[in-house]
Structures are given as C-alpha cells and as structure tokens.
Design a binder for this molecule. Sequence first.
Ligand code: SF4
Length: 432
Amino acid sequence: LKIVQDATCTFCGCVCDDIDLKVDVAANRITEAKRACVLGKAWFFNHHIEDRPEATIEGRPVSYDEALDRAAEILLAAKYSVTYGLSDTTSEAQRVAVAITDWIGGTVDTTTSVCHGPSGMAFQGVGEVTCSLGEIRNRADFLIFWGGNPAESHPRHFTKYSLMPKGEFVPNGRKDRTAVLVDVRKTKSAKAVDHFLQIRPRSDFELAWSLRLLAKGINPDPSVEQKTGISVETMRDLMDRMKQAKFGAILFGMGLTMTRGKHMNSEAVLSLARDMNSYTRWVAKPMRGHGNVTGADNVVSWSTGYPFGVNLGRGYPRFNPGEFTTSDLLARKEADAALIIASDPMSNFSQPARDHLASIPSVVLDPKLSETAKVATVAFTTATYGINVPGTVYRMDDVPIPLRPAFESPYRSDYEILKGIEQRIRQRQLGA
Ligand code: SF4
C-alpha cells in the first residue's frame, strides 16, 4: 500500500490539490481518496490501466516508434491541419502541441472554443478584473453565481473556495457571506444561496446591462422586467447590496457564455464587475470545467498571443473564432488532417464535423478507446495525467498547480509522444 499526500484531482477546474490517496500498488488501483468530492472519487477509483496496444495504425497494433513515424508523415503532408483538445493534459504537453502546430503551419484550437470561448473573446474586448480563489476564500463577503451549478459541477467550490470556508476577513465563513444565484432554472445550487433570481432564458445580457445602468444611477427601461422576468425593484435592491459589499465576486458559467449573446454576455458581466470598482472591490471569474482547460488557454495565449482558434499558417498567429475553431473547420470540410489530444470530438461535435473528421487522416492521443480514437488513422494509448503522469495544470483562477501521480502506467505520457512527433517533424523541416 502506498500513500500519496496532497495529490491533485484533475477532474474539474477546481483542481483540488489536497487529496490524500491510498494506492494498492500491486493492483494498480486507488482505494481511498480523502477529501475528494463524489466526482473526484469517481475519477480516482474508476481509473485502471486498460489492456490495449500502445499504438495502432488503422486499427493494426504497432510499436510507438512506428506510430510516431506515421503520425509525423500525416502532419507533414497536410496543407491545413488542426490540433485540437488539450484541456485534459499537462501544460508541458500543451506547449509541445503548440510547437508542432507552428512547425507545420496548422491551426491550434482547444475545447475552450466549445465552452468559455466567448469569455476568451470578452477578455480581449473589455479585460478582466480578476483575483485568485484564495482571495475569494479570504475576502469575499458577496458572491453572485451566474449561469452555473457549482453544487453539482464543481462540488468543492462551495466548501473550499467560495461559499462556506472561513477566511481572514470573513471569519464566520458562510454567516459572513451573502450569496445570489442567477439562472434560468432552480438547480441544486439554488438551495445553497440566500437569493435565487430565476431569469427568463436568453435574457442574461439585459439583466447585466440593467445592473450596469443602476450602478451609475440610471433607471433601465421598464421593458426589461418583461424581458428578464425580474422587477427593476429587485435589480435595484441587488445593486444596493452589491455596493455595500466589501469584496464581491461574480462567478459565471456556461449558462451565461453559451446562450444568446455569448461573448456579449461575458463582456456585460466583466464590465459590470469593472464598473463596481468605482464603489467597492468586485471581481468576475469564469467557472472552468475540464481539469486543465485553463492551462490550455494560458499556454496557447503565452505561445501565440491568443487563447484558442489560432492559425499559424502564415508564419504568424491569426485569431478568428468561427474561422479557425475546430468544429467550424471540420464542418466546412477545410481541415485535411487532425491531431487530437485528450479529447473526444466524435462524441460531441455536429454530424457534418464528425463525418469530415472520420474521412481525413487523424492522430489521436487518449488513455481510453474513445469514439475519436476508434476512427483515428494513428491512435496512441497514453498514461493519464495526474494519476500516472506528473506535470503542471492551471486551476480555474490561473494558478499553476503541480501533479503528484499515484502509480506508473505502462503507456507513455502525452508529453513524451508529442515530443517524439515534434522531433521527427523538426528534423524533416530543418532537413537534418
Ligand atoms: Fe476533483 Fe473538482 Fe471534486 Fe475538487 S471539486 S475533488 S477537482 S472533482
């Protein structure tokens, strides 16, 4: 039996790094995960080493070396390749994936393009008044959860970072905090907050903009009541309380970013937080889903200047969501090869995008035999990050966290495989 202290759970964007694991080394299984939530426990306990070939080419088992050669050939032959996924791997691997895309002049895109992509665009438009989750834990006395359901999607967010914990300036924890949920339906999170504002679907922008007006002492048009289902009186009351807070945080989810208005919704909420700083301290942060999707944004941003949907075909980065985002590139049948890392677009993209992906040569890295791995030209079986592989991931507040793996895997990591592909491509490009 082996004990791993302060292991990191990479199931969701909270990236809790205080999990104590008990590992049955002989059976390669985790038998206890102290402090993990129900989702984290499922993540740790369901992990086992699958008995699969280390790599396949068109379904035929091959060695890693043979698969690496073929993967490099596919990517070098492509005129318009797309690199996609990256939110469930280490930042070290993400960095190599961007380098490969740069060498071959392809497009690099992440799962952000189908979740918080609109927020990524909004940051560039209006900026972000931000902070760490540690600051929220220690300072926030007013919380607005908007378009998300942390009680079910990020179970420890409430207990470890936002709603419940005692902090330096909120010594009584929950009792020192006021919490509001804005959502279109009454989720489990509604029970945990003080005020639930049930807005009409597709009216987030109107509510955020009305609050901006009220912050500046301007009355919104009365028609906003009909649109949002919230009375101006309720909005005014909320704004008064927001101004009285010492430290407020708006934590928003995909219920805000992926509904009508998209990046305009994120911009409205980010602008609202910015405006509030004329009166008191307010921040706004997106609630991120996958374990290292924030790392993907960071790595692609510091490598290219943009967070996702970046084309490197002209030798310099171009950012254009819609043009360079993977689901669109595939649905328009533009990409002629794909490198998919730790993601399963065959399970969640549109039918035209899936049909095209299945028709082009693809290189897929995944610990599981996903639907995407099943149609891959070259499929690599990989070790799981966090459980078998060390490295770095970024928490949803952009704080990098180290991984402490539980047991080794017979398979290589994404980083090692991507390095092997990069080496081959670089040698060919440099004529070495
Ligand atoms: Fe894992 Fe998220 Fe649960 Fe933390 S909140 S233990 S990161 S699933």
